[in-house]
Design a protein around this ligand. Structure first.
Ligand code: PGA
Length: 249
């Protein structure tokens, strides 16, 4: 039985003042949650996450990481630096990084490897665009994205990683994949891993992301291969985020 995981992705939102109320509310609200809960905050707020969430049930993480360990990479942040701030998770390959910042499959695989090397848990994001779905190539796109990481790091690495299926057309659009549409891709993802290692496939947490709200979370999370969610917009409002966490049982 896989434990459910709900991860907030704040994206580029927040301020020291507004984060404080949100972090405290999540910390208090999650005290009795059956699910694992984490928030991925912008880099400058990692120290605030560490101070408010330290010794709570809520984990925290970042939204991206450099593929390099250290050196002359102005503006980059290494996985070891994230570990220094108590991060447990880091998103790699979010569709906004892929489409706006040039993260190719190979770069995503290198970031995933860098995260593991620092003992972080990478949350590998995959998903198709609307055009790709309409062209009937959703499965091909998602498998290509997974294979780039599988061929670099091996199936064994997924005992220390999480996968998030996020159809690009559902991110921030208010348009959620139906539970059946999401389940179909989640089952495909799990069977892809099962071909190489059944135990790893069975234990792998595969999250769904894309316009998850309190109102649709329970039905999505009730699907057999959906193990929780990666939550953007709704993670910025404590009551909304906590309603989603409560749906993950
Ligand atoms: P959304 O974002 O919940 O606002 O659709 C999800 C994400 O980008 O991770």
């Amino acid at each position: 039985m896989r434990t459910k995981l709900v991860v907030g992705n704040w994206k580029m939102h927040g301020s020291l003042a507004t984060n404080l109320g949100l972090l405290h509310a999540v910390r208090e609200g999650v005290a009795t949650s059956a699910a694992q809960v984490a928030v991925c905050v912008p880099y400058p707020y990692l120290t605030q996450a560490l101070s408010v969430l330290g010794s709570s049930l809520v984990a925290w993480g970042a939204q991206d990481v450099s593929e390099h360990a250290q050196g002359a990479w102005t503006g980059e942040v290494s996985a070891a630096m994230l570990a220094d701030f108590g991060c447990r998770y880091v998103l790699v390959g979010h569709s906004e990084r892929r489409s706006c910042f040039g993260d190719t499959d190979a770069i995503v695989a290198a970031k995933y490897a860098a995260a593991l090397a620092a003992n972080l848990t990478p949350i590998l994001c995959v998903g198709e665009t609307l055009a790709e779905r309409e062209a009937g190539i959703t499965g091909d796109v998602v498998m290509r994205q997974l294979d780039a990481v599988l061929s670099r790091c091996g199936v064994g690495s997924f005992s220390r990683a999480v996968v998030a299926y996020e159809p690009v057309w559902a991110i921030g659009t208010g348009r959620t994949a139906s539970p059946a549409q999401a389940q179909e891709v989640h089952a495909l993802i799990r069977s892809h891993f099962a071909r190489e290692n059944v135990e790893i496939a069975d234990n792998l947490q595969v999250l769904y992301g894309g316009s998850v709200k309190g109102a649709n979370a329970a039905e999505l999370f009730g699907q057999p291969d959906i193990d929780g969610g990666l939550i953007g917009g709704a993670s910025l409002v404590a009551t909304d985020f906590l309603a989603i966490c409560a749906a993950a049982i």
